[in-house]
Write a protein that binds this ligand. Structure first.
Ligand code: F6P
Length: 545
C-alpha cells in the first residue's frame, strides 16, 4: 500500500487546531500547572526504563485530543502498517523502508518483493559477529602477523554519523581497539588520522551504501596509496573491509570478498547503523553490545507499532513537534542530552531529521503550503547552558527543547551526577516558569538594592518563561536503552513525514550540489572554466591564480 496523499491542512481537525491555537496561544505553563495538580501525571508516559514527561508543553487535554485526531485523519495507522510490512513507501526511489527489519527477531517474516529478508539479515549479522570476534580476539592479523590495534571507518553522512555517534555514546563499553573516523573530503582530515596510525596494525572499513560517494572513494584511495607504501597489493585483503550494496565497485577497489558486508537498498543511509554499517560499532564494543543496541531498537519498534497513539512515545513526540512547527511557528528544535557520551547525538539527528523531512513538495507532487521539517541543533548540557541557553531563555524565538538525562551515571560518581541532574531539572523548570517582575523586585529588595537601581534592572532580569520542553529520563545509558532512544527519534521522523504528506526517505536535495561540484572540479583542474554566474566565475579565477 502506498502512503495516502492527504494534505493535512485540508483535514477537518486542522481547522479545529487552528481555532484552538488562537484560543490558547497566550496560556502560560505556570498557570496550566497551578490550575491542574494532576498535570504531570496526565502528560507523562512510562515505558520500560524510560520516563517521558511532556507536561511542560503548551498543551491541554483538548490539544492532545485534536493532535491525536490529526494522526487518525491522515491514516497514521495504515502508514505504520505499510512501513513495517515493507511496502514501497519510498515511492520516488521505488523502495521499501525497512531499517526495522534489521533489528527484528529471527522468527519474524518480512517480505520484500515476496521474499522474506530475515534469513539474509541474520546471515549478515552472523558474519559481523564472526569477523568482529576474530579482530577483537586477535585471531585476524595484519600483514606482518601483528594483531589489530586501530580501526578506521571511512564513510560520510549515514555511513559515518551513526557509527561515530554510537561509538562515542558507548565509549564506556569499549574494548582495546582505537576507533577513528575519516569522513570529510578535506585531505587534512585523512592526513591527520593517518599520521597517528601504524599500517601493520590498522584495519580500514570502507562504508558506502552506493560506493560512489566522492568523499569516501577519495579517502579510501588516499588511504590505500598510503598503505601500499608499506605493504603489497595482496596485503589489502587483510586490512580492508567494505560495507555496501554495490559489490561490483567493491571488487574494483580490490577488497577481498570475505571482508565484504552487504546491505540493501531498503535501508536508507541515515537509518543504516543497524546494518553492517554498524561494523565499526561492533568492532568498538563487541558484537553482544551491538546486538543489545539492536534489541533496544526492536523493543521501541514494537512499542511504536502496537501502542495506542495516546500512549505512544514517538507518536506524542511527533505530534508535539507538529503543534509547535505548524501552529506556534517554531522553526527549530533543540536536543540537549545531559550526558557527555551523547555529544554527537544532535549532529546525528540533524541528518536523520533534516535530510528526511527537509522537503517542500508533497506526496502528490505539489508545493506544500505549510511548514515541514524542523531545524535541529544542540549540544550536551551543562556546556550548552554556558553557550546558547541565554537565547532559549530570553530571546525572541520559541525553541521547543528535548532534555535527555539518565538516573544513573556509568562511573557512579554521585557528586557529579547529582550536580549534572540538578541542572537538567532546573533548566526545564526555569524555562517553564520564568521569573516575573514581582519576583525580580522582591529578590533585589532582599539584597537591599536601591529602588532606583531596581527600576533600572528589573526589565532585564525578567524571564517570560512558557518555554516548552520534553523531559526524557532514562535509567542508564546502555546499548539497549540507546537503541530504543534512537529508534524513538526515527519513528518521530516517520510520523511527521506522514502528517506533512511528504516523502521522508529520499534526498534529492543533496544531488544538485554534487553535480555542480563535478563540473567545478573540471574547471579547477583544467585551464578552461565553463559558464557560471559572475560571482562563481570570479571566485574560481581568484582560486586558480
Ligand atoms: O549525500 C547524501 C547521502 O546520500 C546520504 O543520504 C548518505 O548517508 C551519504 O550521502 C553517504 O552515502 P553512501 O553511504 O552511499 O556513501
Amino acid at each position: 500500500m502506498a502512503l495516502n496523499k492527504t494534505n493535512p491542512t485540508k483535514t477537518e481537525v486542522w481547522k479545529k487546531l487552528t481555532t484552538h491555537y488562537k484560543e490558547t496561544k497566550d496560556a502560560h505553563l505556570r498557570d496550566l500547572f497551578s490550575s491542574d495538580t494532576n498535570r504531570a501525571e496526565k502528560f507523562t508516559l512510562q515505558w520500560k526504563d524510560f520516563l517521558f514527561d511532556y507536561s511542560k508543553n503548551r498543551i491541554s487535554t483538548e490539544t492532545m485530543q485534536l493532535l491525536l485526531q490529526l494522526a487518525e485523519e491522515v491514516n497514521l495507522k495504515g502508514a505504520i502498517k505499510a512501513y513495517y510490512d515493507g511496502d514501497i513507501i519510498n515511492e520516488t526511489e521505488g523502495r521499501a523502508v525497512l531499517h526495522t527489519a534489521l533489528r527484528a527477531k529471527k522468527t519474524d517474516k518480512i517480505l520484500v518483493d515476496g521474499v522474506n529478508v530475515m534469513p539474509e539479515v541474520y546471515e549478515v549479522k552472523q558474519h559481523i559477529k564472526e569477523f568482529t570476534d576474530k579482530v577483537i580476539h586477535g585471531e585476524l592479523k595484519g600483514y606482518t602477523g601483528k594483531t589489530f590495534t586501530d580501526v578506521v571507518n571511512i564513510g560520510i553522512g549515514g555511513s559515518d554519523l551513526g557509527p561515530a555517534m554510537v561509538t562515542e555514546a558507548l565509549k564506556f563499553y569499549k574494548n582495546h581497539l582505537s576507533i577513528h573516523f575519516v569522513s570529510n573530503v578535506d585531505g587534512d582530515h585523512v592526513h591527520e588520522v593517518l599520521k597517528t596510525l601504524d599500517p601493520e596494525t590498522t584495519l580500514f572499513v570502507v562504508v558506502s551504501k552506493t560506493f560512489t560517494t566522492q568523499e569516501t572513494l577519495s579517502n579510501a584511495t588516499t588511504i590505500k596509496k598510503w598503505f601500499l607504501k608499506y605493504a603489497t597489493q595482496d596485503d589489502i585483503a587483510k586490512h580492508f573491509a567494505a560495507v555496501s550494496t554495490n559489490s561490483e565497485k567493491i571488487a574494483e577497489f580490490g577488497i577481498d570478498a570475505a571482508n565484504v558486508f552487504p546491505m540493501w537498498d531498503w535501508v536508507g543511509g541515515r537509518f543504516s547503523l543497524w546494518s553492517a554499517v554498524g561494523l565499526t560499532i561492533a568492532l568498538a564494543v563487541g558484537y553482544d553490545n551491538f546486538d543489545a543496541l539492536l534489541k533496544g531498537a526492536n523493543e521501541a519498534d514494537v512499542h511504536f507499532k502496537e501502542t495506542e497513539f495516546s500512549d505512544n512515545i514517538p507518536v506524542v513526540m511527533a505530534l508535539l513537534s507538529v503543534w509547535y512547527n505548524n501552529f506556534h511557528g517554531a522553526e527549530t528544535e533543540a536536543i540537549i542530552p545531559y550526558a557527555q557520551y551523547l555529544s554527537r547525538f544532535s549532529a546525528y539527528l540533524q541528518q536523520g531529521i533534516m535530510e528526511s523531512n527537509g522537503k517542500s513538495v508533497d506526496r502528490a507532487g505539489n508545493v506544500v503550503g505549510y511548514e515541514t521539517g524542523t531545524i535541529i541543533w544542540g549540544e550536551p548540557g551543562t556546556n550548552s547552558q554556558h553557550a546558547f541557553f541565554q537565547l532559549i531563555h530570553q530571546g525572541t524565538k520559541l525553541i521547543p527543547t528535548d532534555f535527555i538525562g539518565y538516573k544513573h551515571s556509568l562511573y557512579g560518581n554521585k557528586d557529579h551526577h547529582n550536580k549534572l541532574m540538578a541542572n537538567y531539572f532546573a533548566q526545564t523548570e526555569a524555562l517553564m516558569n520564568g521569573k516575573t517582575k514581582v519576583e525580580v523586585i522582591s529578590e533585589l529588595e532582599a539584597k537591599n538594592v536601591a529602588k532606583k537601581e531596581i527600576d533600572k534592572l528589573a526589565p532585564f532580569k525578567v524571564f517570560a518563561g512558557n518555554k516548552p520542553t520534553n523531559t526524557i529520563l532514562i535509567d542508564k545509558l546502555t546499548p539497549r536503552s540507546l537503541g530504543s532512544l534512537i529508534a524513538f527519534y526515527e519513528h518521530k521522523i516517520f510520523v511527521q513525514g506522514v502528517i506533512w504528506n511528504i516523502f521522508s526517505y529520499d534526498q534529492w536535495g543533496v544531488e544538485l550540489g554534487k553535480q555542480l561540484a563535478g563540473t567545478i572540479l573540471n574547471d579547477i583542474e583544467n585551464t578552461e572554466i565553463s559558464k557560471h554566474d559572475s560571482s562563481t566565475l570570479r571566485l574560481l579565477q581568484y582560486f586558480k591564480k
